[in-house]
Design a protein around this ligand. Structure first.
Ligand SMILES: Nc1nc2c(ncn2[C@@H]2O[C@H](COP(=O)(O)OP(=O)(O)OP(=O)(O)O)[C@@H](O)[C@H]2O)c(=O)[nH]1
Length: 308
């Protein structure tokens, strides 16, 4: 099955996300890959869509930001893009107000997550705004810090507007929030596509060999159950999870019921809803530094136990 690469472009309002997107799309069109863009604008008029070439399939999500009102819409739009087009990559430009965990949650549907190859989060930072961050409200400062913390690749953009000395101090303060992301100083978000495609977190903990998924700070693990599990065992497993598992969702079949349950988990709380039809038993787990092998092994063990 062909998978589609997914890149999330985040960063504060006006930091240079659209400039970056135009840059990337220009390079993608030169390589001949088939790509699509999902735009999420605050408000109901899109200014940015005019800036992107006609040949790129484009979906826009209006009225609200990904992190709150339209998560479901995002899922639908992405599904449509994937089914209508045979895509190599999808770029998702989020509003500056979006939290990375919510965006990842919004795109990793249990119904098609296996067709996606989540490549990571690219955060564009406006260096001048970051320099003057003390003037922002505490909430905005926190959001900026979260966008930096969860990024896999950070563009320290608008380098032309700060002095070299300032840039050095700003890089230092950004790396203090995220030691692993690749940081690049840019003007007009000028970076090469290849550097993004090879986006990998720097390994700072020595020689441990990690697979590609493990390089990502925030990641999504997708598992397909073959059959049912016991609800009590499953809930014991949930209680054993670290706090860095932020979200889970999917369909799960319990030994005591005929149809699967829609399962959602956030902030340590599970929620179930009865489904009236058979659904593919996929579950998506979103968190920081997830060990894919261990998680899948634990879920498989639950199934084995239920069959004993
Ligand atoms: N001086 C300078 N201006 C830049 C740079 N990068 C982008 N800009 C300008 O900054 C403005 C905002 O850039 P956009 O790419 O639209 O930013 P955005 O993050 O998409 O903005 P929103 O969609 O409003 O969140 C535009 O006028 C860009 O031309 C840069 O490196 N230096």
């Amino acid at each position: 099955m062909k998978t589609t690469e997914v890149y999330i472009l985040g960063g504060f309002l006006g930091s240079g996300k659209t400039t970056l997107l135009r840059n990337i799309l220009k390079q993608e069109s030169e390589t001949g890959r088939k790509v699509a863009v999902l735009l999420n604008e605050l408000g109901s008029i899109s200014v940015d869509s005019g800036l992107i070439g006609d040949e790129v399939p484009l979906k826009e999500l209006f009225d609200g930001c990904i992190c709150c009102t339209i998560q479901d819409k995002l899922e639908v739009q992405l599904h449509e893009l994937l089914t209508e087009n045979d895509l190599d990559a999808v770029y998702i430009e989020t509003t500056g107000a979006a939290h990375p965990v919510e965006v990842l949650d919004g795109i990793m549907s249990p119904l098609f997550a296996k067709r996606l190859e989540y490549k990571g989060i690219i955060t564009v930072v406006d260096l001048m705004r970051w320099r003057d961050r003390e003037g922002l409200s505490p909430q905005l400062r926190k959001l900026l810090a979260e966008q930096i913390h969860h990024a896999d690749f950070i563009l320290l953009n608008k380098a032309d507007l700060v002095s070299e000395m300032e840039a050095a101090q700003l890089i230092y303060s950004i790396q203090a929030l995220n030691k692993d992301a690749v940081c690049l100083l840019t003007e007009y978000a000028a970076i090469s596509l290849t550097s993004l495609q090879h986006m990998q977190r720097k390994r700072h903990n020595g020689h441990k060999k990690l697979d590609v998924q493990d390089h990502l700070h925030l990641s999504a693990v997708v598992h397909t159950f073959e059959g049912s599990v016991k609800q009590t065992d499953f809930e014991d497993w949930l209680r054993s999870l670290p706090e860095t598992v932020y979200r889970m969702k999917g369909y799960i079949s319990f030994t005591h019921s005929q149809y699967p349950h829609l399962f959602q988990y956030s902030y340590g709380m599970p929620m179930y809803m009865n489904e009236m039809i058979k659904m593919p038993l996929n579950i998506v787990i979103i968190g920081e530094r997830l060990d894919k092998g261990i998680m899948i092994g634990q879920l498989e063990a639950l199934e084995v136990k239920a069959n004993q």
